[in-house]
Design a protein around this ligand. Structure first.
Ligand code: 5AD
Length: 354
């Protein structure tokens, strides 16, 4: 098979052998990319038209009990200045987001044990009470089945937990001993079983990543069938063990977005902040390769510059209102439109709190 045939098969069947996927990625060139993106736009427009969904991201705590080698929030990073928001501050951000038109709020943090399970349930419940038309997404790490269930029953609709890498050996090279691929996978399946709309995804060009690892990620995602797939380039952070590792670029991520759109036609595919950080036009290029979600930051400007997973993170000094206006303009400049609404994955049953 040549490259064009591989892309045609992905377009028609949504699947390729491991060997052909590896070759499609390794042997990619500019012409293949353009062909892939054309096909990806066809699939994207079949299911989503030219609609781009927004999610308002509230990074409510930068404390983390984990020590992932790549992440600037790791507990061993004593240089990080830490903050956490109170329930009232989180609610105020969510309400501001609602006024700006957001109908999905993503609550993300490091694994901060100072919030009890009740605290999280209470925050979720309060947002849903105040804004019943808004989907609440949690992104707060690896927890037990019971914790996930508790927050689902409090009204949480969705959960983001990137799988990072689907190869257990590679997983160990990126994480300390106490974290395992097995537990990560357990979390993702628990979340699905409970009924959350689930987001997974891998970090691309992470240290030690091989093309075979990426192919494994794709096969794992096929098995998991998440509702959202978040992926972006690894970017080194100066106060982590990976400080001297080369950062990724935008090109591979954008190519992978095209592949993901063909393999998962109805999936929600964000053009991520890491992609926008490594390439000033990364997010627009991502949309033109099949992405359909953008997640502007709603965190208070006073804490923006402290939630630094990697160096050079964009929009750290910007009001939420400014960033949404700018993002809307940029989306429109490439012929797409930002839509209000929850932006659920197609065909999902919306979670009702009883
Ligand atoms: N570069 C790029 N992405 C990172 N993440 C964490 N640290 C980095 C980094 N240095 C990603 C991880 C995590 C998500 C919130 O951010 O994939 O799941």
């Amino acid at each position: 098979m040549n490259q064009k045939e591989r892309i045609d098969q992905l377009f028609e069947k949504g699947m390729l052998s491991r060997e052909d996927l590896a070759r499609l990625i390794t042997e990619r060139n500019e012409e293949d990319s353009q062909y892939l993106f054309e096909k990806a736009r066809i699939r994207q427009q079949e299911h989503f038209g030219r609609d781009i969904y927004l999610r308002g991201l509230i990074e409510f705590s930068s404390y983390c009990r984990n020590d992932c080698f790549y992440c600037g929030l790791r507990r061993s990073n004593t240089k990080a200045s830490r903050y956490h928001l109170t329930k009232e501050e989180i609610l105020a951000c969510a309400k501001q987001g609602h006024e700006l038109g957001f109908r999905t709020i993503v609550l993300q943090s490091g694994e901060d044990l100072s919030y009890s399970d009740d605290d999280i349930a209470d925050i979720v419940y309060s947002i849903k009470q105040a804004m019943p038309d808004t989907a609440v997404t949690l992104s707060i790490g690896e927890k037990t089945y019971e914790q996930y269930l508790r927050w689902y029953n409090a009204g949480a609709d969705r959960y983001l937990l990137r799988h990072e890498t689907a190869d257990s050996e590679h997983y160990r090279l990126l994480h300390p001993r106490e974290l395992s691929w097995e537990n990560r996978k357990r979390c993702l399946y628990d979340l699905k079983k409970i009924g959350y709309q689930v987001g997974a995804g891998m970090m691309l060009e992470a240290p030690y990543q091989t093309v075979e690892n990426i192919v494994e990620d794709l096969y794992f995602l096929k098995e998991l069938q998440p509702h959202m797939i978040g992926t972006g380039p690894f970017i080194a952070h100066k106060d982590t063990p990976f400080r001297d590792m080369p950062s990724g670029g935008s090109e591979l991520t954008i190519f992978m977005l095209g592949i993901l759109r063909l393999m998962f036609p109805k999936v929600l595919l964000p053009a991520t902040t890491a992609l926008g950080t490594i390439d000033p036009h990364g997010r627009e290029k991502g949309i033109l390769a099949g992405a359909n979600v953008i997640m502007p930051n709603l965190s208070p400007v006073s804490v923006r510059g402290k939630y630094l997973l990697y160096d050079g993170k964009i929009s750290t000094g910007e009001e939420a209102a400014e960033s949404i206006v700018r993002m809307t303009e940029r989306v429109e400049s490439i012929g797409y439109r930002v839509v209000q609404g929850r932006g659920d994955a197609p065909d999902v049953q919306i979670h009702q709190i009883t």
